[in-house]
Design a protein around this ligand. Structure first.
Ligand SMILES: *Cc1c(COP(=O)(O)O)cnc(C)c1O
Length: 403
């Protein structure tokens, strides 16, 4: 069986992890701080806070912005559940909007969904393809949209407009207008989950890029406390001479990254652009060249003059199929010893959200994209021969079901 997304593990990672294990410090410490600095340099944003997952990072930032009951947060209908679940955790209302043909949030739909209760927009770079951020950033600054904004928390008053919090779980390394994902919106959150492009097994990072008059050193210090029970000192600082006394300034969360996780990330980041992304792009190019020969295949966009994907998920669509035909094609592909996936079942179709009253009929593009989508394996260790086996399995399966 060709697996869908195994992590790349080798001696370099083992050595770095072992180095941490015997260093005398295994939780948040020097390696996490080093990883944060390197991520800041990589993304080109202002400050990075490493956390235990992207979910934790997204929720932390909604809480930081004071999102609570009575507020609304705009989320694409087509995403992983984490994007919307964190809004529910804060007691706010998820306002789903439809997406475009490129799987990403539709800007026209965002505009229609904005009300006086809207506090945050959460675009998601599906498959690693950055959203069209210039129009999103322009929209939240438009005077008629700004005048709808009703700030309550101090951070909301300081920003005085809707916050753009992008879910970049797929898209570290992606680019838009020559800038890296991380430096495209107010706040960007990466995921380092095991199946993501750059992994720490579990983990995430919050990239801060807020406008004046926000002070990023102060925000970093506050977020550090917020991600560690509101403690004024982290565990490492407490071990220093005379450092035992600390205070709790708020009932914070437990969202910190460990140095064991960071050590995997340090190795991954060092070879990300020069090696990992190069290989992922080769696989995308190989799939794109193979499938563009077939009339029934719709190849995803992954490069344009202004945008570059991080080549996270190859979202193939089959033209003109129903959801059940697509499911049959997937069964045939698995029967040929190839693991594929679907990214994603739109959230209004999930039991919880459906029971909350969301209806997939209101998101026709999201449904259409989902019903015809098959995600193909893309990872560093996938050889050209394996990629060709994937193509052959898909072509045979489509022929068997459709022709
Ligand atoms: C994986 C994923 C997340 C969650 O990432 P974690 O690090 O596992 O919390 C959030 N959003 C999207 C779109 C994802 O694919």
């Amino acid at each position: 069986m060709i697996p869908f997304s195994p992590p790349r593990m080798d001696q370099k990672i083992v050595d770095e992890v072992v180095d941490t294990l015997f260093s005398g410090w295994i939780t948040t410490g020097p390696k996490t701080k080093k990883f944060e600095k390197l991520l800041t340099a990589y993304g080109g944003h202002k400050v990075t806070l490493c956390v235990s997952s992207a979910s934790a990072g997204l929720e932390l930032m909604l809480r930081w912005f004071g999102v609570k009951e009575g507020d609304e947060v705009i989320v694409p209908a087509y995403t992983y559940s984490a994007t919307a679940n964190v809004v529910v955790h804060c007691g706010a209302k998820v306002v789903f909007v439809d997406v475009g043909d490129d799987f990403n949030i539709s800007i026209q739909s965002i505009e229609k969904a904005i009300t006086t209760r809207t506090k945050v927009i959460m675009p998601v770079d599906i498959g690693g393809w950055p959203c069209d951020y210039d129009p999103i950033n322009a929209l939240v600054r438009r005077p008629d949209i700004v005048s709808l904004f009703n700030p309550s928390a101090r951070e909301q008053q300081m920003l005085n407009r809707i916050l753009v919090l992008s879910d970049a779980a797929h898209s570290i390394g992606g680019q838009y207008m020559g800038k890296h994902v991380g430096n495209l919106t107010d706040i960007t959150v990466y995921s380092f989950h095991a199946v993501k492009n750059l992994t720490t097994a579990e983990g995430g990072a919050v990239c801060l890029n807020l406008p004046e008059p926000f002070d990023h050193d102060i925000i970093y210090r506050d977020l550090n406390a917020k991600s560690l029970h509101g403690q004024t000192k982290d565990a490492l600082a407490k071990t220093q001479v005379g450092g035992w006394r600390y205070d709790i300034i708020e009932p914070g969360y437990k969202y910190n990254m460990t140095d064991i996780q960071a050590s995997i990330g340090l190795v991954e980041l060092a070879r990300y652009d020069g090696d990992m992304l190069v290989r992922r792009k080769q696989i995308f190019d190989r799939y794109a060249a193979a499938f563009s020969k077939f009339e029934w295949a719709q190849v995803p966009k992954y490069e344009s003059e202004i945008r570059k994907s991080s080549y996270h998920v190859f979202l193939l669509r089959i033209k003109g199929v129903s959801e059940s035909q697509r499911d049959m094609i997937i069964r045939e592909i698995f029967a040929r010893e190839v693991a594929v996936n679907v990214h994603f079942v739109p959230l209004p179709m999930m039991t919880y959200y459906h029971n909350e009253g969301y209806d997939i009929k209101e998101f026709p593009v999201a449904y259409n994209n989902f019903s015809r989508e098959i995600s193909l394996p893309v990872y560093y260790d996938l050889t050209n021969e394996m990629a060709d086996t994937v193509v052959k399995a898909v072509v045979e399966s489509v022929r068997k079901v459709l022709f």
